[in-house]
Design a protein around this ligand. Structure first.
Ligand SMILES: Cc1ncc(COP(=O)(O)O)c(C=O)c1O
Length: 423
């Protein structure tokens, strides 16, 4: 997929250290038609020096630093092993390697959070005078970055209605460098047509496409296989999967871009810790089975909510009524575990989320426990957005975001039923 002869599409005076451009090797000799479910469980990078007897599970490599036999071996050790955790460790590279395998990328690297994956990538690609097109709505942290921070570095941005390719096209300027997308979108569950998004980006010389596919996970969508340059995930969500891990990942189909962003990461110091990398590796092994159960439960819940008189509207890509149902059918393996629904007003939305007994009222998503949140008073509330901004992004006062877990689906429906009776 990657083309190493293609020039780096970033204006730079910042050299990539050649020592760090090695590639991990896969231990398994997979047949060409190996399926993703098998790769999730078994993919492993070769551990230097242990070819003949490897641990089944890569060890948690906690050493911040490594000792050298001789000073002159420094360069060799950097090129072929690990010397200091911020520059990479076996724990982080093992989990990154599996994600890279799933995405079909040319390299992946782990970060301390989803936001650090996103902002490190922005800072690596963009320079003063560049223009970025950003979807609205978008994850609240990205919204805040472009609303308050990017301008300080001379980076220009335009918000366009999420998933609307024609709106992205209209927003193109001579200095447009980055097309940023999210799929499905947070919190309104719009689905971005990745083939069309990649084609639009390619029509602008030297522009780069970057998509946050956190809500889909690599199980449901392999973003890079649609021609996208960079995919990011908050691994805190589905990839980790248990609400006990924090992290992010950036994976690219362009090897030059990958090494360039990685070089920035090393200096910004945004790498993931060893324990989080271990939890991520463990989470990925069950991603396929979890995602199937999330999706079955989400469909059950969405169908129940759509037929309920106290619910004004339901957004789930698996429902025929969803505006992007056809796009989702084309590019998603399952329709995912995220359901958004709208109550008739803010008061009834708040009453509903306060009355649930099994489903927890908490921010975040993608773990095995079901979580709901009310964006208008929580993640997209007055602390972050004006009423006007919420309205523009389609974040209704009555909107509830539901990350459907893997509990028994009927129990989840019953919990919603009893809470709706109290509204
Ligand atoms: C779509 C999306 N992207 C990025 C993030 C940021 O991830 P993190 O909290 O791991 O920094 C989130 C967090 O909720 C998210 O929902």
């Amino acid at each position: 997929m990657g083309d190493s002869t293609r020039p780096l599409r970033v204006d730079t005076t910042f050299p990539v250290n050649e020592l760090f451009t090695r590639k991990m090797e896969e231990v398994r000799d997979y047949p060409d038609d190996v399926r993703m479910e098998t790769v999730m469980v078994s993919s492993q990078p070769r551990l230097m020096g242990q070819e003949n007897c490897m641990p089944v599970i890569p060890s948690i490599s906690v050493s911040a630093t490594h000792q050298f036999k001789k000073a002159e071996l420094y360069g060799d050790c950097v090129a072929n092993g690990y010397i200091y955790h911020r520059l990479g460790s076996h724990s982080t590279e093992a989990a990154a390697h599996v994600i890279n395998n799933l995405e079909g990328g040319e390299g992946a690297t782990l970060f301390s959070s989803g936001m650090s994956a996103i902002t490190t990538t922005f800072l690596a690609i963009l320079k003063s005078g560049d223009h970025v097109i950003v979807p609205d709505p978008v994850y609240a942290g990205v919204f805040t970055f472009f609303k308050h921070m990017a301008g300080r570095y001379g980076i220009e941005s335009t918000f366009v209605p999420a998933c609307e390719i024609e709106e992205y096209r209209k927003a193109i300027k001579p200095n447009t460098k980055l097309f940023f997308g999210e799929t499905p979108t947070n919190p309104t569950i719009g689905v971005l047509d990745l083939d069309a998004f990649a084609a639009l980006t390619k029509s602008v010389p030297n522009a780069i496409s970057m998509v946050d596919s956190t809500f889909a996970s690599p199980y449901n969508v392999q973003t890079l296989r649609h021609g996208i340059d960079i995919v990011v995930h908050s691994t805190t969500k589905y990839l980790g999967g248990h609400h006990d891990h924090m992290g992010g990942v950036m994976c690219s189909s362009d090897p030059k871009l990958f090494f360039y962003i990685s070089e920035f990461q090393k200096q910004l110091g945004t790498i993931q810790g060893a324990f989080d990398a271990f939890l991520l590796m463990r989470g990925i092994k069950t991603l396929a089975v979890r995602m199937e159960k999330h999706a079955t439960n989400a469909m059950k819940v969405a169908t129940f909510l759509e037929g309920h008189p106290k619910v004004a509207k339901v957004y789930y890509p698996g429902l025929k009524s969803h505006p992007y149902h056809e796009v989702a059918k084309k590019q998603m393996k399952t329709f995912g575990g995220m359901v958004t629904f709208i109550m008739h007003n803010k008061k009834s939305a708040e009453k509903l989320v306060d009355s649930l007994k099994i489903i927890l009222l908490a921010v975040s998503l993608g773990g095995i426990e079901s979580l709901v949140e009310h964006p208008a008073s929580m993640t997209h509330g007055p602390y972050l957005m004006t009423d006007e901004e919420r309205k523009k992004g389609g974040i209704d006062e009555g909107l509830i975001r539901f990350s459907v877990g893997i509990e028994d689906g009927d129990d989840l429906v019953n919990d919603l039923k009893q809470a709706l009776e109290k509204v």
